[in-house]
Design a protein around this ligand. Structure first.
Ligand SMILES: *[C@@H]1O[C@H](CO)[C@@H](O)[C@H](O)[C@H]1NC(C)=O
Ligand SMILES: *[C@@H]1O[C@H](CO)[C@@H](O)[C@H](O)[C@H]1NC(C)=O
Length: 469
């Protein structure tokens, strides 16, 4: 990958014809340069808590450190036996089976590894004794009524007023089908599901806060269309909750963003309109609200070949014309943006439909760029787990204010055979340590901290254990 950094200036000292260069001058210039660079790297991070200067040290909370253990997975591919799915066989006639093939094969003997059955479901009411607060990535996750949580491609809002978290996502509890032969698997729009929680584990269904349109076929949210990746932020100035989402037709040719607004986090949201942002096609998207109250829309554009980012208006209901193209030519989607100590980070996926692929972490000093790619943030599992983002796709990164530098990575494990049964993969994400691509080093001073997502079969937030012993 080609990357440029404005802070990584060329350092070769050239002697132009006519200039006299002596060796000591050269050495002192070099020392001067290094000092400047070092000072600069210190200054860059002066925004950090307590004037943090060891940017390459772990600065996230010590409680989170136990979650930074590398947990391996040893999954053996069973020998081919019996009938395999004819579709999988047709697609890959000769190649040996890989874990990804097994994942995509509805009749795989490993199905239970990726999609454990309902017997293992996380039930916040039943498990409240012995298994409290444990996340089991990939297992069915039930709400307080005992129904599977329907909040795919979702995002989480912390609401200061009610002191609750609200999880919004695609409510996909309908049959999966293809609109025509070449179409992608889909579920008709039902709406945006909303769940509330105080502990990020026990989720109460608050209903469908933005519903599909049943009859008017010209409506953006007619059930035959597409509504994906809803995200909600709160506007302090207007006191409104604002939802942005990807709206599309069944063939993904409309490629627009939709906006809805509500006085309450639990809706109902009034759908306002859709548009092509800045006149461009827009598919996977997210919104990010910065510390200064300015919110941004980030979306995949130009047929998913690049991302665009631009600020929203102060009311968050539209956007001015300002827009920057980022990660041009990198073909990334599923953006999830977060900020830590003045640096912006983003996790993205590749573009392979419902099939999983490798995540990348990106960092930038300004949300408008220049964004640089740091590499795959996934740690643990096994090689295939890491190459497939643990068989999932990013949708959101939730900061944990109690544990600075610690986040929850929220991803979807899509089940294209039955999209309503897609699973959630929540994992601890930390920022700290040196980024692993050599381009991110400058004379040994890392410019960016590493973003790490740790695989765990079972984990919980450390303070939950402390509180509930
Ligand atoms: C919790 O404990 C009960 C009773 O021992 C057991 O039946 C149940 O399977 C346990 N739950 C989990 C998720 O381990
Ligand atoms: C989607 O594409 C198919 C095949 O090209 C076409 O028959 C159908 O009318 C299209 N649907 C929409 C909603 O554009």
């Amino acid at each position: 990958m080609r990357m440029r950094n404005k802070y990584r200036k060329p350092t070769t000292l050239r002697c132009n014809a006519g200039t006299r260069c002596s060796f000591p001058v050269l050495v002192w210039s070099l020392v001067g340069c290094l000092l400047m660079l070092h000072l600069y790297s210190l200054v860059r991070h002066k925004d950090g808590v307590g004037g943090e200067i060891q940017t390459h040290m772990d600065h996230h909370h010590h409680l989170f450190r136990e979650l930074e253990e590398v947990e391996e997975e040893d999954i053996q591919i069973p020998p081919p036996k019996g009938k395999r799915s004819p579709r999988a066989a047709k697609r890959r006639p000769k190649r040996p089976t890989t874990l990804i093939d097994e994942f995509l094969d509805e009749s795989s003997q490993l199905r239970h590894v990726f999609f454990p059955d309902e017997k293992t479901a996380i039930h916040p009411m039943k498990d409240a004794m012995n298994d409290s607060f444990y996340y089991y990535p990939g297992r069915i996750w039930l709400d307080t009524d005992g129904n599977p949580i329907q909040a795919h491609g979702g995002g989480i809002l912390y609401d200061e007023k009610s002191r609750k978290y609200y999880w919004y996502g695609e409510f996909k509890d309908g049959p999966t089908y293809r609109a025509h032969k070449k179409a992608a698997a889909r579920v008709d729009i039902i709406g945006v599901g909303c769940y509330s929680s105080k502990d990020l584990w026990t989720w109460k269904h608050e209903g469908i806060v933005l519903a599909a349109e049943e009859t008017d076929e010209t409506h953006d949210l007619h059930k035959s269309n597409v509504l994906e990746r809803p995200k909600v932020i709160y506007n302090e100035k207007t006191g409104k909750y604002v939802m942005w989402m990807h709206v599309d037709d069944a063939n993904y040719t409309k490629a627009s963003v939709g906006v809805a607004v509500s006085d309450s986090p639990t809706g109902p949201f009034d759908y306002l309109y859709s548009k092509r942002p800045h006149g461009f096609d827009s598919r996977d998207m997210t919104i990010f609200k910065d510390d200064d109250g300015v919110a941004y829309l980030i979306y995949s554009s130009e047929d998913n070949s690049e991302l665009h980012v631009g600020p929203l208006n102060p009311d968050y209901l539209d956007m001015p014309h300002v827009m920057r193209k980022i990660l041009v030519g990198q073909h990334r989607e599923a953006p999830a943006v977060f900020k830590y100590q003045g640096t912006y980070y983003m996790i993205t996926s590749g573009c392979t439909g419902w099939a999983p692929n490798e995540a990348l972490a990106h960092a930038s000093e300004s949300i408008l760029g220049t964004w640089e790619t740091m590499g795959n943030p996934c740690i643990g599992g096994n090689k295939v787990f890491r190459q497939t983002t643990f068989f999932a796709q990013s949708t959101f990164v939730l900061p944990l204010p109690e544990l600075p530098g610690s986040f929850i990575f929220v991803a979807d494990r899509w089940n294209p055979a039955d999209l309503r049964d897609s699973r959630y993969v929540w994992l601890p994400l930390t920022v700290g340590g040196a980024a692993d691509q050599p381009l991110d080093y400058n004379f040994g001073f890392p410019l960016w901290s590493r973003v790490s997502i740790y695989w765990h079969k079972r984990w919980r937030l450390p303070y939950m254990r402390t509180e509930n012993k």
